[in-house]
Structures are given as C-alpha cells and as structure tokens.
Ligand binder design. Structure first.
Ligand code: ADP
Length: 601
C-alpha cells in the first residue's frame, strides 16, 4: 500500500492497520475499478470509500437510503476535519446552497445523497458538469428483489454508469447471498466489477437462542446477568403492540426503556433516536423500522423478542451490536407460533408464487438456525457461502454443547400419536395428547381415547417442544402448510416407528441448569481498567457532545476511552497509539484527555 494511503489511515482516521480486505478494496478503487464489497455490519465498509475520497481529486458521492445515517456519518467526518455534506429531503435551502457552492469550488470531499435526489434531473445536470471521482452505493442490497429490503428507487441507480462512465462505482452491503450478489452487480450495470467478500464472522458477538417462554423474565435475567447490563441495547419485536408492551414491562422492572415503531410520530421518533444515540436512553424496544439508521458503536446487546423472517435480517440486526469491537451478546427467542404467523404473512401476501417460495425457504432456514444444536455461527457462514470446519466458540451451542440422549422412545411416541390421529393435528395438540392434557379440542376429537394419550406425561411441555423441533429439523416430521400447518409423517418416519433406526436428540437444559453454567462463564472484561478514569472520560465526552450537538461516539467511541483508561497515556505520542486517536483528534482533544488521565494517575 502506498505510503500516502497509510498516512491518511493514521493521520486522519487514527487507525494503524487496515482490516480484512480494506487495503485491497481501496487499491482496486483507486485504480479506477468497480467493485461489490460484502462485509458484515461493523466490519468497516465506510473506510473503503472515505479514504479514497481524501486521496482522489474530485468529489466522492455516497448514495445512502437513510437520512439519519447520512447525518451521523457527516458529523463523524466533520469531527475528523473532513469536508463532507449531505443532501436529502431534510436539508434546508441554505445547507443545500452551501453544499452546491462547495462542490463548485471543489472543496467538498464527500457528498452523501439520497437516490431520489441524485437521480433528479436538475441535480444530475449539475453533477455531470463537476469532477466526480467515485460513487459509493451503501446498502446496495436494496437494489435487488432477492435481498430482504428491496427499494424501487435503487434500481434506477444503473443510470450512474451511463452518466459517469469514467467514475468507479463501489457497491457495499452487509447482506447478500449468492443470488443477491449477482443481481446487485447486474442491476447496477457493474458486470465486470470484482466482488470482495469478507468473512461474516463477528467474533466479538456471543449469540444465544432460546424457546420463547416467559420472555420478559428471560430478558430481565439476560440483561441482569450480562457484563453489559448498563450498556445500550435493542429489543426487536414483530408487532408495534409488542414493542409498547415490552417497553412498559421493562420500565415496570426498573429499566430505562422506550418503544419505537413506524406509528410513532416523526418528532418523537427523532427524539428517541437522538436520545439513544446520545446514551440518554438505554433500551429501545422496536420493530425493524428502527433499522438501518442505527450506526451506534456501543450497542452491547440485541434481543429478538420474535423470530425474524430470515437470516439476512437477523444477522444484520445483531450486527448492530459490538461495532466498537467490544464483547456483545445477543438473544433470539423462537416459538412455533411465531413461525406459523410469519408463514401465514407470506401465504396471505399478494406476491408472486416464486417469491413466496423463496420467502418460505428463507423462513425455514431461520427456524433451523433458531433450533440448531450445533455451531450457530457456522450455520450463518454457510448460509452466506462461507464454509469452514472449526466451530466458533462464541455461540451458546459451542460454549455449552448440548448433551446427546437416545431419543428413540420419545420419537416413537410422537410418531405413533400422529399415526393414530390420522395426521390431523398441529404441534400444540400433539403435545397435549402426549401429555394427556384435558384440552377441549382433544376431547372434541376423542383423541383422549387413543393409545398414546398421556404416554409422555412425565415429559414437560417445554421438553416435548424442544424434541419435536428437532424432529422437524431431522426430517422425521414435516409441516403441511397446505393443510393448516398440521404435522405429517415423512419417508424417514417408518424406520423409527418399526424400531429399525434409532434417533439421537439434544437433551433439554432447564433454566436452572443454564443459570449455573452462565455463572461459571468467564467474564470477558478488559483488564487493568481504571474505572474512575473511565467514568470521568465519559462525563467529559458527554458534556462535549452536548455542547457540539453531536452523538457522543463521534467524539470518541467507547473502545477508545477504554483503551485510554487502561493504558493511561502520558503524552501525545502515547495518545496516538490508541485506536481511534489520530493527529486531528489529538489536536482537538489531546490535551483535555491527558489532563483527565493525569488527575487519575
Ligand atoms: P460498517 O459500515 O461496515 O457497518 P463501519 O464502517 O461503521 O462499519 O465501521 C465499524 C467500526 O469499525 C467503526 O467504529 C470504525 O471506526 C471502525 N474501523 C473501521 N476500520 C477500522 C480499522 N482499519 N481499524 C480500526 N477500526 C476501524
């Protein structure tokens, strides 16, 4: 890498080394080539166009779908003394005029713009007469109907290549399976562009998934037991109503939580988002409307109150945690009811049949992920086309591998009940029959008279649920979505029923047992941190952020403060060795930070 590029990395951004593919991507773009960059959320995509923007003579135009995201990026860049602006529907006349004038005088390095604005005739006319050196298209999966967030206005972005044939185009996304990847290149007219695929592993995120019983109790326990218990977090819910209910329940349990969904008025949404960004609210309970605009590095945990629609969405949402590189934790709740509800949304939608099939297949993979008994990270990596043999060691199944039991008898009981009910029951009724429950629907159909009624009463509802989920994944039972989601036998069932083959199942671990193992887990905390110093640095940062009207993390992120509070730098040289402090921030804040450190040393 040329020394001037390395110098920009150190002097402007305050980083010492490039991550993953960053250096290669930057070189590729600086050589005038198009590319598609696929990196997980928090992987460091922005640097891939922000750094070239400073090296190139002309303007770098960044297309972004969300106003909040643009404004945050612009604030962060301005903190680094980089000339950047954003044009979108919220920009005032005066702001727009000043940006136009900076572009004309060639003093603007980076322009963030919405796709609608970029493609408006007047703006395109203006821009074609300026020197544009690079286009970056953020959240590029929005261009593809195969992705999970299709936006029609993104499709028109193929016009960029027509109007600016000489400017390289860098498309970036955190979510793209094989089909979406090819489609992005095609839709944007970048067929010769190279694809850079980074590992999707986020090693600082520990992921958990659990059946969704007594979810509020489980959430309270999860947050309280976490080393991140005072840090910001998000609870994602499927419905607006549940965001409100979960927030109210958490407030009643003494937490600082608010809800956010598309039905909240725009002003409140803005306030909640700003308060969360500025660390004035700890927990947001939100629908996925609280989505792409979140670029907050210190989110330390994410909970999915309901099963997400697909792995892409899930992984992007959990990827919002731990962007600062600190340990983060995630918890996913799953239930058969959520699964069926999502399936019925697909079935009832107006979409074309092939699209429904695709959505169904994605939902099934999501369900397999939730109920998986082996490394969850590898399941996601496989999904994104990355294969490896080693387990991740940072998901619940790797940390506490499930014990395997002989589940043949349990399986036989379940299959036999299905045979005796002529395959006319769903999951809950099946469990009711096995447990000898007095439910009305069981009486109504005389299921209480069949031989298997009550045969599994020693096994709790939760145990049965856990086993039947596994039988679905093992292909020993299937769901017939064309017949009210009733459970059916499969070609594999008979061998088990007749005793010809055995079934291994993962043992169900009760809450009590889980608590014990959790307590044993080694706490992942930074050693040697001077906590008083860290607190003082945070107070100082908060005041400064308030004064400047920017989110605290654009001054310094948590990881930078943590490093300062553990390395106790004594001079400018030592401060520069801290990740996130380069010459610009050193000049702005160096003496204030050294003063605070000195007071505590
Ligand atoms: P993405 O857009 O891929 O989600 P970002 O570009 O926001 O991720 O980067 C995530 C975090 O990683 C940011 O806090 C950023 O400052 C940091 N980061 C990016 N590149 C580097 C690097 N080379 N060294 C250290 N930190 C980096």
């Amino acid at each position: 890498m040329a020394t001037d590029i390395q110098n920009i990395l150190e002097d402007t951004f305050g980083f010492t080394t490039f991550r993953d593919n960053q250096a290669e991507i930057i070189e590729h773009v600086l050589n005038g080539n198009d590319a598609l960059v696929i990196m997980p959320t928090g992987g460091g995509k922005s640097l891939c166009y922000q750094l070239p923007a400073l090296h190139l003579n002309g303007l770098t135009v960044v297309v972004s779908p969300l106003i909040a995201l643009m404004d945050d990026q612009v604030s962060a860049l301005q903190q680094l003394n980089i000339s950047a602006g954003a044009l979108h529907s919220n920009a005032t006349e005066q702001e727009a005029r000043s940006i136009y004038s900076d572009i004309r005088s060639r003093t603007l390095d980076l322009l963030y713009v919405s796709p609608e604005r970029l493609l408006s005739e007047s703006f395109l006319n203006f821009l074609t007469n300026q020197e544009v050196s690079l286009f970056a298209i953020d959240e590029a999966h929005c261009v593809s109907v195969w992705g999970n967030d299709f936006r029609p206005e993104y499709v028109k972005l193929s016009a960029i290549k027509k109007h600016f044939p000489d400017a390289p185009v860098l498309a970036l996304t955190a979510t793209a399976d094989h089909a979406t990847r090819a489609d992005i290149l095609h839709q944007l007219d970048l067929d010769d562009g190279r694809t850079f695929l980074s590992s999707f592993e986020r090693a600082n995120i520990t992921s958990h998934a659990k059946p969704g019983q007594k979810r509020i109790d489980q959430i309270v326990q999860f947050i309280s037991n976490s080393t991140n218990k005072d840090k910001p977090g998000i609870v994602y819910c499927l419905s607006r109503r549940s965001t409100e209910k979960v927030a109210a329940d958490l407030v009643a349990r003494g937490f600082d939580a608010e809800f956010y969904h598309a039905g909240v008025n725009a002003e409140d949404r803005r306030r909640i988002q700003t308060d969360f960004q500025n660390d004035n609210i700890q927990i947001i309970c939100a629908t996925i409307a609280f989505g792409m605009g979140i670029d907050k590095p210190n989110i330390a945990w994410v909970i999915h109150y309901n099963l997400p629609k697909n792995i892409e969405g899930y992984y992007q949402e959990i990827g919002r945690s731990g962007r600062d590189g600190n340990p983060a934790e995630t918890l996913l709740f799953y239930s058969w009811r959520d699964f069926l509800q999502l399936q019925s949304f697909i079935d009832d939608s107006e979409s074309e049949e092939h699209f429904k099939q695709l959505q169904t297949a994605k939902l099934q993979r999501m369900w397999q992920f939730a109920t998986a008994m082996n490394c969850r990270t590898n399941l996601v990596l496989n999904y994104f086309g990355e294969y490896r043999a080693d387990d991740c060691k940072h998901c619940d199944n790797c940390i506490t591998p499930p014990a395997i039991i002989d589940g043949t008898v349990h399986t036989q009981m379940a299959l036999s009940a299905l045979v005796r009910t002529q395959e006319q029951v769903g999951l809950n009724t099946l469990i009711g029959i096995l447990r000898g429950s007095n439910q009305a629907d069981i009486r109504h159909h005389n299921y209480h008279e069949i031989k298997t009624f009550g045969a599994g009463k020693e096994t709790s509802f939760e145990h049965w649920q856990h086993y039947i989920h596994q039988l679905l994944n093992l292909g020993l039972i299937r769901v017939d979505f064309t017949d009210s989601s009733r459970l059916k036998l499969t070609p594999l069932s008979e061998a088990v029923l007749t005793g010809k083959s055995k079934v291994k199942l993962a043992k169900f671990v009760s809450e009590e047992e889980q608590k014990k193992t959790q307590a044993k887990r080694i706490k992942i905390t930074e050693e040697n941190v001077n906590d008083d110093l860290l607190d003082s640095l945070k107070v100082w940062r908060k005041e400064l952020a308030k004064e400047q009207g920017v989110p605290a993390f654009v001054i310094f992120n948590d990881k930078t403060l943590l490093q300062v509070a553990s390395t106790l730098p004594k001079n400018d040289g030592e401060l520069l060795a801290v990740d996130g402090i380069g010459p610009v921030k050193l000049e702005k804040y160096g003496s204030a930070v050294l003063k605070i450190v000195k007071k505590h040393s």
